[in-house]
Design a protein around this ligand. Structure first.
Ligand SMILES: C[S@@+](CC[C@H](N)C(=O)[O-])C[C@H]1O[C@@H](n2cnc3c(N)ncnc32)[C@H](O)[C@@H]1O
Length: 271
């Protein structure tokens, strides 16, 4: 994957060309016209919100924008396998609630199918729904590649236990597994390349999602060029995440796109 040259003094965004000195105030954004209306019932997350072709079209547009920015190398994923995966989650997972919309579930699965991380770490995975949206491309009945370690990290012991039960109903190989602990510690101790890091931990104090930057910095040295960082809640928690968003939106560090297609949002950044 091409890294933007430090000699590249301007860059394109939806707002046109800009000097990089002003970049942080003009992040790349993908904005769906209906993002404020597109809402799930957290307790009924698999209720259809739109026709399948509408979901496919919006996810395809996001992937095209990410490819245009060279955050991902291409836009192809197997929609039929994704549909089988979605059905398997409905049948096998105990999900008390989730904020992962069908669009988000599809985008996470597609990004993992495209990037195919050998090692994927997901921080703050609650019951495991977000985790399997990422890991479901490397394990289970519809795996599209062979992974080494797909690790979900959850600080609450009871939720970590529930997530592990859910994941075991999906993956018999043990490639996907849950670690009960603090994501800053677990990510910092991981000694293999991290090709994809998913961030969703809300911390244990008032900083809440402000913990994203600590988790990223704990793992950054292990992230090769082309590694992806996916940060959930880039819209509804943007204020709490402002240090993190400022960090990943410096183009000498990352190429980053804020995906605004639901009220939560996802910041997708490539090393
Ligand atoms: C809000 S939930 C994520 C839910 C997810 N967005 C969904 O819709 O399914 C955040 C999770 O992060 C966990 N968490 C908070 N701080 C953490 C930390 N330092 N390390 C690991 N997990 C953490 C919380 O216990 C919680 O289960």
């Amino acid at each position: 994957m091409r890294k933007r040259s430090s000699f590249d003094l301007s860059a394109q965004s939806e707002y046109g060309s800009h000097n990089l000195n002003n970049w942080s105030s003009m992040p790349h954004q993908f904005v769906a016209a209906d993002w404020e209306q597109y809402r799930i019932d957290y307790h009924n997350p698999f209720q259809a919100l739109e026709a399948p072709e509408e979901e496919i079209a919006i996810v395809d547009k996001v992937l095209a924008r990410l490819a245009e920015l060279q955050i991902i190398p291409h836009t192809r994923y197997d929609r039929a396998r994704f549909e089988t995966f979605r059905q398997a989650v409905i049948e096998r997972f105990e999900i008390p609630w989730t904020a992962i919309t069908p669009r988000m579930q599809c985008l996470l699965w597609a990004l993992n199918a495209i990037r195919q991380p050998r090692n994927m770490l997901a921080a703050g995975i609650f019951c495991g729904n977000t985790f399997i949206s990422n890991a479901g491309t490397g394990v289970g009945p519809d795996a599209v590649y062979q992974a080494d370690n797909l690790v979900g990290i959850e600080i609450k012991l009871d939720e970590a236990a529930r997530a592990e039960r859910n994941v075991r109903a999906f993956d018999e190989t043990g490639v996907a597994y849950i670690v009960a602990g603090d994501a800053v510690q677990v990510v910092g101790a991981f000694d293999k390349p991290i090709e994809l890091l998913y961030l969703d931990a809300n911390g244990t104090d008032a900083r809440s999602k402000g913990i994203y930057l600590d988790i990223l910095q704990a793992g950054l040295a292990q992230m090769p060029q082309g590694a992806l960082v996916l940060a959930h809640n880039s819209v509804n928690c943007a204020e709490k995440m402002s240090d993190y968003l400022d960090f990943v939106r410096v183009p000498q560090r990352f190429t980053s796109l804020n995906v605004i297609f639901d009220v939560e949002g996802l910041e997708v950044s490539a090393v």
